[in-house]
Design a binder for this molecule. Structure first.
Ligand code: HEC
Length: 110
């Protein structure tokens, strides 16, 4: 009985993971890809360390917003040298996964 419910829970988890992957990007993949992003976007008071400048907060933002911003940096319609350099290295799937990660986790991604 107990084992059955554990197996059912694992199966449900796998199905959920597969569904998330298909539609919205994989937040776990995104977590790995977002490691460098957090150097700027994960800092309290929303500033970079040095030189000090404002960095927008993106944790908890909607996935659609984050995806749109990254596409805009990548195609050059939104201009910012640093963000363009970052977005240039990302595939469409990377962008989906990163967006899923930031959208899903609020202030504390751990
Ligand atoms: C060196 C610091 C730095 C790093 C690293 C960095 N960003 Fe940014 N990011 C910025 C700054 C500064 C802006 C604001 C740019 C502007 O004015 O358009 C920004 C803007 C953004 C925006 C738009 C936010 C908004 O409110 O419109 C998104 C989304 C974003 N970054 C995602 C990422 C992702 C994903 C990564 C990692 C792949 C990343 N950033 C890495 C500094 C950084």
């Amino acid at each position: 009985m107990r084992l059955k419910s554990i197996v059912a829970a694992i199966a449900a988890g796998l199905l959920t993971a597969a569904a998330v992957h298909a539609d919205q990007g994989d937040a776990e993949e995104g977590r790995v890809l977002a490691f460098t992003c957090l150097g700027c976007h994960g800092i309290p008071f929303h500033t970079n360390v040095y030189p000090t400048y404002f960095v927008p907060r993106i944790k908890g933002q909607t996935a659609g917003y984050i995806e749109a911003a990254l596409h805009a940096y990548r195609d050059g319609s939104r201009r910012h040298a640093t963000m363009r350099a970052h977005a240039n290295t990302l595939s469409d799937e990377d962008i989906r996964n990163i967006a899923a990660y930031f959208a899903r986790y609020g202030e504390d991604p751990s």
